[in-house]
Design a protein around this ligand. Structure first.
Ligand SMILES: Nc1ncnc2c1ncn2[C@@H]1O[C@H](COP(=O)(O)OP(=O)(O)O)[C@@H](O)[C@H]1O
Ligand SMILES: [Mg+2]
Length: 322
């Protein structure tokens, strides 16, 4: 049977609507049952969790003429699923606080921050942050597929963008322009460069003139575009960075959950994870969990974790020397 702590934790996370936490505890219970030799029950729990997790993105709104250009979802992500420095967390909390209390600010002639630029290397949580903002504010998340707009509507992209900004005005939500500057990146025709610059300029102008109730989030992996002209258009610019030691440790602990060996020493793993992104470390942890499951081990040892981190390092980076 599940432990008393697990049952209490399950109930708590249900009523506080923390679905990620709920899933984690459920999987911990499955692992616990597996350890007791109750494999069928463990398996049943895992299947239930997997099924519950694939919640088809409900089409919150049908946007005429813009189908396939805008993805709609209702994220459940919470701030707790993001591992960030204290400073970054405070910045995100401030966005949430201002959004929730915008009426109070308005009374004093002030506006809340609602045009946000997220910049930093890939895999550090920018896309996840947009989902967290939507999840925390209980708003739908609309992801605008800029590259599709550019390739499908060559020459009339500004008109399409205008349509999107009309929707932003009409329909409150979190609007994510993910990797917005990567549009047309793989194309090499000379006049595409001009088109891309035009698109970027009209995008920035639309942002500047927007006065909707929605939250506009633009994300870029490319710090080179961060010039003053760009900063000016946004109410806030958040710089994402590769995780430092403390963050790496929290990320590993979160990710391993019940598969974390109680006595595991993380120091060597943390050192090995330096210079990897959050996403790469999360993947290494998932790889280690899978390996543990498939080799019938009850949890992830330091050796296994280090092996998986090393694989990630050599997949994307030069291996450690010496
Ligand atoms: N700061 C973070 N905290 C926790 N998990 C993270 C973080 N950054 C990335 N991840 C993990 O990696 C995945 C991909 O990250 P993503 O948000 O797409 O990165 P980016 O948009 O910056 O390239 C996330 O869904 C999450 O599982
Ligand atoms: Mg991203």
């Amino acid at each position: 049977m599940a432990t008393a702590e697990q049952i209490k934790s399950l109930i708590r996370s249900h009523f506080s609507d923390q679905s990620e936490q709920f899933f984690t505890v459920a999987l911990q219970m499955a692992a616990h049952e597996a350890r007791q030799g109750h494999d069928a029950l463990a398996n049943d729990i895992r299947i239930l969790v997997d099924k519950a997790k694939v919640r088809p993105a409900r089409v919150v709104a049908f946007i005429p003429d813009l189908e396939n250009l805008v993805l709609t979802s209702e994220p459940r992500e919470r701030l707790g699923s993001l591992v960030l420095s204290d400073e970054m967390r405070a910045r995100i909390e401030r966005i949430l606080r201002e959004f929730r209390q915008k009426a109070k600010l308005e009374k004093h002639g002030l506006t809340h921050r609602r045009k946000i630029l997220l910049a930093g290397p890939p895999g550090t949580g920018k896309t996840l942050t947009a989902a967290v903002l939507a999840g925390e504010l209980n708003l739908p998340l609309y992801t605008i597929l800029m590259d599709k707009i550019v390739t499908r509507f060559m020459g009339e992209t500004s008109a399409k963008l205008r349509q999107i900004f009309d929707v932003i005005q009409e329909r409150r939500g979190v609007y994510l322009f993910d990797e917005f500057d990567a549009i047309g990146g793989e194309r090499s025709r000379v006049d595409d460069v001009g088109e891309m610059r035009r698109v970027l300029n009209s995008f920035l102008q639309f942002i500047e003139h927007d006065s909707s109730d929605s939250l506009i989030v633009a994300a870029t992996n490319n710090p080179k575009i961060l010039d003053q002209a760009l900063f000016r258009r946004f109410d806030d610019v958040l710089h994402y960075q590769l995780p430092e030691k403390g963050e790496i440790e929290r990320l590993i602990e979160n990710r391993l959950g019940s598969f974390r060996q109680k006595s595991i020493m993380l120091d060597a793993s943390v050192n090995m994870a330096l210079s990897l992104s959050h996403a790469e470390i999360a993947q290494a942890c998932d790889d280690a969990i899978k390996e543990a499951i498939l080799t019938d081990r009850k949890n992830v040892t330091a050796t296994l974790l280090k092996q998986m981190l090393q694989e990630r390092r050599s997949a994307y980076h030069a291996p450690i020397k010496g």
